[in-house]
Design a protein around this ligand. Structure first.
Ligand SMILES: [Zn+2]
Length: 413
């Protein structure tokens, strides 16, 4: 056993003797597991819950994919690592900057720190947008690291990913980016990597395509969780420690007629404060908007005239279905956000509503099913399921999903 490793002000155990596995099952509101379990579709997860741990923990706010994946792999919230959405806005230039590049990362990952101590690391992610952030600090020329995405598995090569000919090796073609196959690919690759590469630490991160489209208990959702459970059985070997958690939950966000339940905040602020005073930023926006139309439950607002902040807060407070309205300072303190990458106002909507910018800015034509989305407080609580008992020193402290690696590694010592 190597000596303890300090990462982002937390003391982690040394390199584990078996494999520490964390799985971020994107968009897994706890009811997905509960419904699949009722039909006995998830025997492996059920046995983890019975013999290990079955906890509910907080994800980082905003309850979006990138901030939470990066929280999980750094062990800290966005205020420390800086990734608080898919992009941030620069008021001085009017530029919207994508945050999928490592230059925006303000903290080292757990992978980097373990790698520097000689550990073997394996990472598979569904969408390629996360790959560069997750693999930052790893070297791929020493045969100790693998990191690739199912989306671009055909482009994986030894110098950038530590693996090549992935599709032939796995016997699976590149899945469609909007399919459950993208996540199944991650799980199948995880099992094969475990058997052939035997990593010390492994991270598998899926995509929430299924969860955006289908409610818990839907046949398609149940089939997805049954598939997931079969792979879990194959990972649960030797003395491996496995923690299954999620980046965020998922709630229905449509009206009774099936249309998306959205508050078009930019339109409201343009009308009440005047045009060109405010800029509504939705950090959920990314190139893959088909399944949510860029509608989530979190928004931040920049004001060109700072003397209007209180007026804007007053107007937003009048909107039914917006539950949280805070200044930058209050919101960043309360939800561990980086002040310089958030606007003057931070707001979140209710369980069944979303916040949009201007109505005309959203292309909702590709939304086929009633909207399901995330981003706010109602999608914050996520499952945290472990195949081992966790030593919870202080039972009064609610864990975060970003405590996953600490406990997974501790369980694999
Ligand atoms: Zn997600």
């Amino acid at each position: 056993m190597s000596s303890p490793i300090e990462i982002n002000e937390r003391q982690y155990p040394g390199i584990p003797s078996s494999t520490a596995i964390v799985i971020c099952l994107d968009g897994s509101q706890k009811e997905y597991f509960e419904e699949a379990s009722k039909l006995n579709l998830t025997p492996n997860i059920d046995s983890f819950k019975k013999n290990g741990e079955d906890l509910l923990v907080n994800s980082a706010i905003p309850s979006f994919t990138n901030p939470n994946n990066i929280s999980i792999v750094t062990g800290r919230p966005s205020s420390v690592h800086g990734i608080c959405g898919n992009f941030f806005y620069t008021p001085s230039t009017g530029e919207e900057v994508m945050m999928n590049d490592p230059q925006f990362l303000r903290a080292p990952t757990i992978f980097q720190k373990y790698y520097e101590q000689g550990a073997k690391i394996a990472i598979v992610t569904a969408k390629d947008k996360l790959r560069k952030l997750l693999s930052h600090g790893l070297k791929f020329n020493e045969s100790r690291a693998i990191c690739f995405s199912s989306e671009k598995s055909d482009q994986a090569n030894l110098s950038e990913n530590g693996i090549e000919d992935v599709n032939k090796w796995l016997g699976m073609e590149v899945p469609n980016v909007y399919s459950q196959g993208l996540s199944e690919f991650v799980m199948a690759a995880g099992v094969k990597i475990l058997n052939e590469f035997n990593p010390d630490i492994m991270y598998l991160s899926t995509t929430d395509f299924i969860q955006h489209k289908y409610a818990p208990g839907d046949e398609v959702a149940n089939t997805f969780y049954a598939m997931f459970d079969r792979y879990i059985g194959q990972l649960n070997v030797n003395n491996n420690s496995i923690i299954v958690t999620a980046d965020h939950g998922m709630q229905p966000k449509s009206r009774s007629d099936g249309s998306p339940n959205a508050i078009f905040l930019q339109d409201i602020l343009d009308e009440t404060l005047g045009k060109n005073i405010s800029k509504v930023i939705l950090p959920i926006t990314d190139p893959y908007v088909v399944h949510h139309g860029a509608l989530g439950s979190f928004a931040t607002v920049y004001l060109s005239d700072k003397s209007k902040i209180n007026d804007a807060i007053e107007e937003i407070n009048k909107i039914e279905d917006i539950e949280v309205v805070l200044t930058n300072k209050e919101g960043c303190a309360q939800y561990d956000l980086p002040t310089d990458r958030m606007g003057d106002i931070i707001c979140m909507s209710s369980q069944n509503s979303t916040i949009g910018s201007a109505e005309k800015a959203h292309d909702l034509s590709k939304l086929k099913e009633p909207l399901r989305s995330h981003g706010g407080l109602h999608e914050r609580e996520v499952p945290f399921i472990s195949n081992k008992k966790i030593n919870l020193n202080d039972a009064n402290i609610k864990l975060n999903n970003y405590d996953a690696f600490y406990h997974a590694i501790s369980g694999a010592m």
